[in-house]
Design a protein around this ligand. Structure first.
Ligand code: CA
Length: 329
């Protein structure tokens, strides 16, 4: 592709993930998973807020932060193995710590080394978030020990996929009939039939098999969809984002990034023509880290010639939520 402009907007994130564009405040939310930090970056003013989120009792990793619709300054977050609610205001100091007091659910109780990973809201505003297991000492993933959960707007929780290795990359088709999903260690982008009314999914199939598509070294990570229905997928170890036409299962564009471990993507900016890309310093050897000054950066990619759509926020029943919130939050 020609005319692409890649701008490094923030450096130095350890494991950047979960980008989410907040349209009303024109800012980018993302997390630094292993540090337990949420970040908020206001594109125009370059104000950068960091919120350190303290342990909810099941680990202190923070893998997603998504605004709660209709409740200014409230967010749903995944902390360790818990789904929790936190308060965070633009008027808070730019470096701020919050202790989680309102935990909605804790999952995988029999698997203490599991933690939540990627998550996103579906077209109805239900939150989908998956887990994975890692070995305590090495931090290496353990296969088939995670699940993908769906938190409904009435706060009921259902597991939708089991035996997941590393839960990642979620997107829904524009007609709301297909759910796209990446279990990274399956090395494929998969699709399910999706029922928007019930949130049930079925008929899993492969959209793109990395092993037979020239992507033997790459791992599919975070993913988003554009206004034409094509998928944009971050390739960990692959130094790139690929654009896939899921109707034919083909790669139609490749965007090279100046660092190897590309973790996730989301659309944003004033007219949704900017693709924000997160990356990681983790997973790089010492010498690789020394030669990749852009590792762990957040990038803004412009000139792709296509736009995305607004991200869905968590549309929880606010009355039900208020009954659960600890107002000291
Ligand atoms: Ca990820």
């Amino acid at each position: 592709m020609s005319g692409i402009e890649i701008t490094q907007i923030l450096p130095g994130i350890l494991l950047g993930e979960g980008p989410h564009w907040m349209d009303d405040q024109q800012c980018l939310l993302f997390v630094d998973i292993l540090k337990g930090d949420a970040h908020r970056y206001f594109l125009k003013t370059k104000r950068h807020q960091i919120l350190h989120i303290e342990d909810a009792g099941s680990g202190d990793n923070v893998s997603i932060i998504i605004p709660i619709e209709g409740a200014t300054d409230l967010f749903i977050v995944t902390v360790g193995r818990s789904l929790a609610v936190i308060h965070w205001s633009p008027s808070d100091p730019d470096n701020h710590t919050v202790k989680v007091k309102t935990v909605l659910h804790t999952v995988d109780a029999h698997l203490p080394n599991n933690r939540f990973n990627d998550g996103k809201c579906d077209p109805q505003g239900r939150l989908w978030a998956g887990t994975y297991a890692c070995e305590k000492l090495s931090g290496e993933p353990v296969k088939h020990m995670g699940s993908l959960y769906c938190l409904d707007v009435d706060l009921t929780l259902t597991d939708r996929v089991n035996k997941v290795s590393v839960s990642n990359g979620l997107a829904w088709s524009l007609d709301k009939k297909t759910f796209y999903y990446n279990d990274s260690l399956a090395y494929s982008i998969d699709a399910f039939d999706y029922d928007d009314e019930s949130s049930k999914i079925c008929s899993r199939r492969t959209v793109l098999d990395y092993k037979t598509s020239g992507l033997q070294k790459d791992v599919p990570d975070g993913m988003c969809i554009d206004e034409t229905g094509n998928l944009w997928v971050a390739n960990f170890y692959g130094k790139k984002v690929i654009c896939v036409d899921p109707k034919v299962g083909k790669i139609i564009h490749t965007v090279e990034l100046p660092t190897q471990n590309v973790t996730s993507v989301c659309w944003g900016g004033e007219d949704y023509s900017t693709l924000f890309v997160t990356s990681a310093q983790t997973g790089l050897k010492t010498e690789e880290l020394a030669s990749q000054s852009a590792a762990g950066s957040i990038f803004a990619v412009n000139g792709l010639g296509v736009k995305g759509l607004p991200a869905t926020n968590f549309r929880v029943n606010l009355q039900m939520l208020k009954n659960r919130i600890n107002f000291e939050d």
